[in-house]
Design a protein. Structure first.
Length: 318
């Protein structure tokens, strides 16, 4: 287990280094000059030269990358070229919004996806499976932006059950915070629930056809025990992988949902940084997202041995 842990830490560190290179070069591959975008209509040569020097754009790519990495290691991503606010402060304000939305959406996805997946596998060939498959197909087919608009139209404007937009911090009012995030979480979690459902159903069907399930039934284990303690537990390895990957995608891909519901999360910050050629903000947002994705995948790998102790990790028994 220790060798596996060290190996995964080394791989994660290497992946993070490669991510910093891709983020740094990718941001600079965007068309346009950030100095020109920042200067606005006052583009006299002297002002542009002073601005480029202040932003460090006249340094070589290697020097700029070195400054970027050293600053990132200290939690310093520079300051926004548009507002002058430190990027770390902007991230600390927006990141909790996206994380809370992603966790709520994943909770919706796991509850709906696992439960319907188990029902579809246990009730194979029956109306319950057809209904669950229909819901999964609907969830995969309907775009988030359309579902979000329909939800706002009927649940917010029509019935007034949920607010159509806005955000209340959790520390300010937990009830209002949850009230504002329930609808976006339902919209965002629907598509993920469809993916979790399909994977849960497939893994459950494999488990239910295994020899140890037949042995458990022959020993007189109750149907609920066979499904819960044996089939579902062994199916959770696949489900955990999907949930980990989808959680990373949620943190980086909630742009559309945050835009529809006017949530001040990473989505709005990323879009604004792209259009404004705000290098420091864009670098900070993408790097934090990549780091979160790497950490989530690392935790998912470690969770395998907790779910199923028979799994061999790096050639050793877990």
């Amino acid at each position: 287990m220790r060798s596996y842990l060290l190996n995964r830490l080394w791989q994660s560190a290497l992946t993070l280094v490669l991510a910093t290179i891709v983020v740094f070069l990718g941001v600079r591959a965007l068309p346009g000059d950030p100095a020109l975008a920042f200067a606005g209509e006052e583009r006299d040569p002297a002002s542009l030269a002073a601005l480029r020097e202040r932003l460090g754009l006249d340094d070589s790519i290697i020097v700029q990358y070195g400054k970027f990495v050293l600053g990132a290691l200290q939690g310093d991503f520079g300051s926004s070229t548009r507002t002058g606010i430190p990027v770390s402060t902007m991230i600390a304000t927006a990141l909790p919004v996206t994380i809370e939305l992603s966790l709520l959406a994943m909770l919706v996805a796991v509850v709906l996806g696992v439960s319907t997946g188990v029902v579809a596998a246990v009730r194979r060939g029956r109306p319950a499976e057809w209904f669950a498959n229909g819901l999964a197909l609907l969830g995969l087919s309907v775009p988030n932006f359309w579902l979000g608009l329909i939800a706002i139209l009927y649940l917010s404007v029509g019935l007034g059950v949920f607010p159509a937009s806005g955000f209340v911090p959790l520390t300010q009012n937990p009830i209002d915070n949850l009230h504002h995030l329930v609808l976006p979480a339902l919209v965002l979690g629907t598509g993920i629930a469809a993916v979790v459902m399909r994977q849960t159903r497939s893994a459950m069907l494999d488990s239910l056809g295994a020899d140890y399930i037949r042995t458990a039934r022959a020993k007189g284990v109750s149907p609920r025990g066979v499904i819960g303690r044996h089939a579902l537990r062994n199916s959770l390895v696949v489900v955990t992988t999907i949930v980990g990957l989808q959680l990373g995608i949620l943190i980086s891909g909630a742009v559309v949902t945050e835009g529809i519901f006017s949530l001040p999360g990473f989505g709005k910050m990323t879009i604004d940084a792209v259009f404004q050629r705000d290098y420091p903000v864009l670098q900070g947002v993408v790097l934090v997202t990549a780091t979160a994705y790497i950490v989530i995948n690392f935790l998912v790998d470690l969770a395998y041995s907790l779910i199923d102790p028979r799994i061999r990790v790096a050639g050793e028994p877990a």
